[in-house]
Design a protein around this ligand. Structure first.
Ligand code: FE
Length: 189
């Protein structure tokens, strides 16, 4: 099965679920995030990362009220583990780091923290709260730090009810081009 078909199946099955406490579905959220990435004219793999940054939520069938129950399912790691078998680090690493990027931005910028949505502020607590400055400095030294921060900002913008953005089909070529043809691990699982 082609990666783009797998992704289409996942969104078809679970994409209509609402995006935790926000006025958009999971699919709308993904498409809005990808659209912001495309408008920023970044490389294809980062557009794919934006599109798939929350795929961990869809893979696990996490109930909507999970954060209210005080549980952090670490969707960024679930997503990264899935993406790692299909894409290069340019896709899966910004996804893995996008929650850390939120904690980083909250640590360095009080206005960012103040603007977070209610649901996002609530999940921040479960994710460990704002980073302290030493932790933030360490985060800045990581490969894909900048990409993760960009992704995080598109994530925050991608919660607009009824926004008209291109469909999933629009990203087919980006997905196929970013898929790693040399990684055969998934064929043996
Ligand atoms: Fe998100």
């Amino acid at each position: 099965m082609k990666v783009a078909d797998e992704i289409a199946d996942i969104f078809e099955t679970r994409g209509s679920c609402s995006y935790f406490g926000e006025p958009v579905s999971q699919l709308e959220h993904a498409l809005q995030a990808a659209h912001h990435a495309r408008q920023a004219q970044v490389a294809g793999p980062l557009i794919v990362a934006a599109l798939l940054h929350d795929i961990g939520h869809l893979l696990e069938d996490i109930p909507e009220e999970i954060a209210e129950q005080g549980i952090d399912r670490r969707h960024e790691e679930i997503g990264q583990a899935w993406l790692e078998k299909r894409f290069a680090p340019e896709v899966h690493e910004p996804v893995r780091l996008h929650v850390a990027a939120k904690r980083y931005l909250c640590g360095i910028d009080p206005t960012y923290l103040a603007k977070l949505s209610g649901a996002s502020r609530w999940s921040l607590k479960l994710q460990g709260g704002p980073m302290a400055s030493a932790q933030g400095a360490e985060f800045e030294s990581r490969r894909f730090f900048q990409e993760a921060v960009m992704l995080r900002r598109w994530d925050d913008l991608a919660k607009v009810k009824g926004a008209q953005v291109p469909s999933l089909r629009h990203y087919w070529d980006d997905i196929e081009q970013a898929a790693n043809p040399f990684d055969l691990r998934r064929n043996f699982q």
